[in-house]
Design a protein around this ligand. Structure first.
Ligand code: FPP
Length: 237
């Protein structure tokens, strides 16, 4: 779709939800749903970042997701390793810079290695940022930023929003548009600091089916939103 008459958000974030239900409805295992989700993410990140959106954040695995069955956690970790290794040249060729947000503790060595490899390979790319939140929690991100500032003896008087942002896992612009697929209406401890003035969109579509056309619809909706950031346009009232 031609986006020239639409409002383009700078930072879009998606809570990828519904892989399991997508698979169940098709009589398949949850694992197949995650594989389909990964394939969709690959295509969607290329599409989104080709439309002038600068940052695309995704919630791949929350700190709480470790409470799922060992079988599912192992499957997901293996999928990440396999996927990052297999697709690293794809992301690089598409000029996408991949970064990760989250705690490194508790992640397997091979997972960390595949993440680092992808990050290093794509670090100089200029075609947009794909921020993958893995072993991520929004409260932990804020706590970890505070710990880091204290360890570095930052003067409390110097702390403002700009400085605080630099101590987060990644120094990214605020989220303009937050999408959660699958009809669930909650934010589940995702990028709490960054979403303070985000517009929200909750389509019923499961993530593996949230394709380019679904994203086009989301941007048409975003274009209709009147973002005031706490201000009032008295001439319009
Ligand atoms: C939500 O579906 C998805 C996850 C828990 C995370 C896994 C995401 C992927 C494998 C796709 C993208 C991959 C990367 C690396 C970003 P769910 O299991 O919560 O589905 P359900 O709510 O229908 O059970």
């Amino acid at each position: 779709m031609d986006y020239s008459s639409l409002k383009i958000p700078n930072h879009v974030a998606i809570i990828l939800d519904g892989n399991g239900r997508w698979a169940k409805e098709k009589g398949m295992s949850r694992s197949k749903g995650h594989e389909a989700g990964f394939d969709n993410l690959k295509k969607l990140s290329k599409y989104i970042l080709s439309k002038g959106i600068k940052v695309f954040s995704v919630y791949a695995f929350s700190t709480e997701n470790f409470n799922r069955s060992t079988e599912e956690v192992d499957f997901l970790m293996n999928l990440f390793v396999k996927g990052f290794k297999k697709e690293k040249n794809y992301f690089n060729k598409e000029n996408i810079k991949v970064v990760f947000s989250g705690r490194r503790e508790n992640l397997r060595k091979d997972v960390l290695e595949s993440m680092d490899e992808l990050t290093n390979l794509t670090k100089d790319n200029t075609g947009g940022i794909l921020n993958i939140c893995l072993n991520y929690g929004g409260h932990f991100e804020i706590i970890d930023a505070c710990k880091k500032m204290i360890k570095e003896n930052i003067n409390p008087e110097d702390i403002d929003e700009e400085l605080f942002n630099k101590y987060l896992y990644q120094d990214l612009p605020p989220i303009d548009y937050l999408i959660r697929t699958s009809g669930e209406i909650r934010v589940s401890n995702f990028m709490l600091w960054q979403m303070s003035y985000a517009e929200f969109y909750f389509p019923n579509t499961y993530f593996p089916d949230f394709n380019e056309e679904e994203f086009d619809k989301a941007i048409v909706e975003y274009t209709k939103r009147d973002r005031r950031f706490g201000k009032i346009d008295y001439d319009k009232k």
